[in-house]
Ligand binder design. Structure first.
Ligand SMILES: NC(=O)c1ccc[n+]([C@@H]2O[C@H](COP(=O)([O-])OP(=O)(O)OC[C@H]3O[C@@H](n4cnc5c(N)ncnc54)[C@H](O)[C@@H]3O)[C@@H](O)[C@H]2O)c1
Length: 331
């Protein structure tokens, strides 16, 4: 099978490529990645001999047409993915998440290639802290930020292309991921790398916001389950019952590092900060028999801390650039 992975030099995409190379020797992998600030070719270095990396933009219609035409399956991870950035400059989000997805869909339609679309639970908006409900594939879309609204728009494009043009497509909406190779601008790696440097963790507001954490390996095994057995045109929600508020995450990290669990600072909350996300993944589990392997959040987090400690050379340059950017913006 010839597989085209978009955004394969990013966090989840690179882990997907590693897992695929490890577990599926019959799959030939090509990655298209624009290598934005969030993409890093060294994330693919351990599998470089098994993967073709094409540095290119998914809005480049000619390039996308050629690469899709040479593939049997497209898995689309590429996105502008950071909420905070989407508030300061929404345009790259519109361009990559909407125009980029449109460009891929047109090529998929032309060449009749199977397509899997990676999306987020943030398209559903948020839940109240005391609400017993969880998101399902029937929950109405209600995105809050330029990030989540452009992801929502891209999901709707996929649904329309499946219905109007009959493309073979599946969609997955996953909760918050953690694990190796995540950019240090994201919550967990930022806290870990700060702790390595002896910098106190900083929490938005009171730290009450709840995220439903899943290890990236579990996200990617679910994606393969959907590709292998999912029904075309369907949406599957991916989650591992990992609801934790930000305060719990920071305190667990402080404990893992052997520090006082109350030794952190508060910072002003960001506008429109979603309160709680929670995924009901029963459709995926009952229909496709998928189960997560990382069911203990603390041990998944310990392994992630070990990875960041052992791979400083990977994150140091991004850390320096990101902290300089935040300092210039007065964060
Ligand atoms: N991180 C999470 O917790 C999470 C949760 C659910 C869903 N998702 C979704 O998973 C996907 C991957 O997220 P991630 O956290 O790995 O993101 P990331 O920011 O780490 O990686 C995105 C990758 O896409 C590439 N890219 C960006 N614009 C591009 C363009 N125009 N053309 C080609 N490549 C481009 C970047 O260079 C980078 O390598 C996204 O679609 C995101 O919405 C993420």
């Amino acid at each position: 099978m010839r597989l085209l992975v978009t955004g394969g030099a990013g966090f989840i995409g690179s882990n997907f490529v590693h897992q695929t190379v490890r577990e599926r020797p019959d799959v030939e992998v090509t990655v298209i990645d624009a290598l934005t600030y969030a993409g890093d070719r060294t994330s693919l270095a351990p599998v470089a001999d098994r993967v073709t990396l094409v540095e290119g933009d998914i809005t480049d219609g000619e390039l996308v047409d050629r690469l899709v035409g040479e593939s049997d399956l497209v898995v689309h991870f590429a996105a502008e993915s950071h909420n905070d950035n989407s508030l300061s400059n929404p345009w790259p989000f519109v361009q990559t998440n909407l125009i980029g997805t449109y460009t891929l869909l047109e090529a998929v339609r032309k060449h009749g290639v199977r397509y899997h679309h990676i999306s987020t639970d943030e398209v559903y908006g948020d839940l109240e802290l005391d609400d017993p409900a969880k998101f399902t594939a029937e929950t109405p879309y209600n995105p809050s930020s330029p990030y989540s609204s452009t992801k929502a728009g891209s999901d709707l494009l996929v649904r329309a292309w499946a219905r109007s043009f009959g493309i073979q497509a599946t969609i997955s909406n996953c909760s918050n991921n953690y694990g190796p190779y995540q950019h240090i601008e994201k919550f967990i790696p930022r806290q870990i790398t700060n702790l390595v440097d002896g910098v106190k963790p900083r929490l938005y507001g009171k730290g009450e916001n709840v995220r439903d954490w899943i290890h990236v390996e579990d996200h990617n095994s679910a994606v393969w389950a959907i590709i292998d057995q999912g029904r075309s045109g369907e949406t599957y929600l991916i989650g591992a019952d990992g609801e934790k508020n930000n305060l719990e995450v920071v305190q667990t990290l402080l404990e893992i590092f052997g520090f006082d669990k109350d030794d952190f600072d508060h910072v002003k909350d960001r506008p429109g900060h979603d309160m709680r996300y929670a995924i009901d993944s029963s459709k995926l589990r009952t229909e496709l028999g998928w189960e997560p392997r990382y069911t203990d959040f603390r041990s998944g987090l310990e392994a992630t801390v070990e990875w960041y400690k052992a791979n400083e050379a990977w994150w140091r340059p991004a850390k320096a650039a990101t902290e300089a950017k935040y300092a210039a913006a007065g964060h």
